[in-house]
Design a protein around this ligand. Structure first.
Ligand code: MTE
Ligand code: MO
Length: 447
């Protein structure tokens, strides 16, 4: 074995790691970004599974999880239909049962990697998972109600209630996506009823699209003949249609709604360290409505790339496992993986910056130490305590705790905009306390 050759990887299929033979990394708990509203991220080691177990699946909620009881739950179909209808879960189960495997990925996954930093939940890799979803085609349900000509959008609402004066989470999808045979209303995830974290009793499955369209706890669908102008369509979940220079301010009306995901991959193993020798580099790749066709790995900062072996069962919308053997010499290394889909889209080396930090898909550099023994974990230094300004808890902690702030690394001007948004949503900040609050946030949670 010649470790000095230009090609860093060995051809041929590697021994696949699974939970059973994975000794270097064992599955870990979800990472709490915010306990309430609940935002939980999946750690990298859990990308070892092709189908993500529900207990490892990330959770994202804008508000509190609603307690839905099946006996009073109904799905209402209203608006531009011939027959407004309402369905119980038992009614829905009479339609032909449909099942598919699809990735569910938050539009904000990878937001933490954008430079300059943007405000919002600071997801790293793990606000994504892959599950088997069971339910009915949305199209079958809509056809039963009879969609009137002129209907262009479906307004989707769940049973969750906004916090304070926050706008209700209401999302629309275009009629073409709604009528696609792969767009489902699902009540099962990996063969079991949806848990309340994931939308019990019913959620939207919009394969290939970012998960802001996958409305949970679904209760109402209204057919509209116009674009909906609620906050979550007209302000949030928009990104520039064209490249903009990092840090550029841009009005939401000059951006377009987030729909399709970007092609992407992650390295699950090795997780930061491996012993010298033949190392199995393994991960998953996923895409939008165009399936993954190729994954390549680089150990030299993207100068050369070796094709990984795609393994597992190909599914149109699911995770695709991949693996490659790396003859790794002692030292500090950086690995990168990049996926390509059938449509020819490839992960870029530089991220496409946008003001809300959506759809991050750059080939992320993953540092790996190759050494005979595992390095001791770096010690965590805790922030020196600073006195909280007057009114801090009273103003902010009505809806969430300081997990929301601790994630952010933003400027005073960005904090000013966040505070303005929160006061607009009902946070009570006394005028004489506003500057002190901003000083504290900007000093403590800065770039
Ligand atoms: N009703 C409702 N649906 C929702 C949300 C929400 O807050 N309310 N969050 C959305 C967002 S932003 C994401 S990323 C996904 C998260 O799905 P999960 O918690 O099942 O992983 O749900 C989506 N559906
Ligand atoms: Mo999301």
């Amino acid at each position: 074995m010649d470790l000095n050759r230009r090609d860093f990887f060995l051809a041929g299929a590697a021994a696949l790691l699974s939970r059973n033979n994975l000794t270097a990394a064992s599955s870990a708990d979800l990472i709490t970004l915010s306990p309430s509203p609940k935002d939980l991220e999946m750690p990298l080691v859990d990308f070892i599974d092709e189908i993500t177990p529900v207990e490892h699946f990330f959770v994202r909620c804008h508000t509190m999880i609603p307690e839905v009881s099946l006996s009073d739950w109904k799905l209402e179909i209203a608006g531009l239909v011939d027959r407004p209808l309402s369905f119980t879960l038992a009614d829905l189960k009479k339609f032909p049962r449909t099942e598919l495997v699809s990735v569910l990925e938050c539009a904000g996954n990878g937001r933490i990697f954008y430079k300059p930093a943007v405000a919002g939940t600071q997801w790293r890799f793990g606000s994504v998972g892959n599950a088997r979803w069971t339910g009915v085609r949305l199209k079958d349900v809509l056809e039963k109600a009879g969609v009137k000509s002129g209907a262009t959008q479906l307004l989707l609402e769940g049973a969750d209630k906004p916090l304070a004066a926050m706008p209700k989470f209401q999302r629309t999808i275009e009629i073409a996506k709604a009528m696609h045979p792969d767009t489902l209303l699902a009540w099962e995830m990996n063969g079991k009823p949806l848990t309340s974290d994931h939308g019990f009793p019913l959620r939207v499955i919009a394969p290939g699209w970012a998960s802001d369209s996958w409305v949970k706890w679904l209760t109402r669908i209204e057919l509209l003949d116009h674009d909906f102008d609620g906050f979550w369509m007209k302000t949030a979940y928009r990104h520039p249609a064209q490249h903009i220079a990092p840090g550029t301010a841009i009005d939401p009306k000059d951006m377009v709604p987030v729909t399709n995901l970007n092609v992407k991959s992650v390295i699950a193993h090795p997780a930061g360290w491996a012993a010298p020798g033949l190392v199995t580099v393994q991960g998953v790749a996923w895409s939008n409505t165009s399936p993954v066709t190729k994954v390549e790995v680089s150990a030299d900062d993207g100068r050369t790339w070796a094709a990984a072996t795609l393994t597992g069962k190909p599914t149109k919308y699911g995770f695709r496992k991949w693996t490659v053997v790396w003859p790794a010499a002692e030292g500090e290394h950086t690995l990168m993986s990049r996926a390509t889909n059938e449509a020819g889209q490839t992960q870029p080396l530089e991220p496409e910056w946008n003001p809300n930090g959506y759809l991050y898909n750059a080939a992320a550099p993953m540092p790996v130490t190759i050494s005979k023994s595992r390095p001791a974990p770096a010690s965590v230094t805790s922030e020196p305590a600073q006195p909280e300004p007057d009114g801090y808890k009273a103003s902010c902690f009505g809806c969430h705790d300081d997990h929301m702030m601790r994630q952010q690394h933003i400027t005073r001007a960005q904090w000013d905009r966040e505070v303005a948004k929160m006061t607009g949503w009902g946070a009570q900040v006394k005028p004489e306390q506003r500057d002190g609050l901003l000083d504290y946030l900007a000093a403590r949670y800065k770039p």
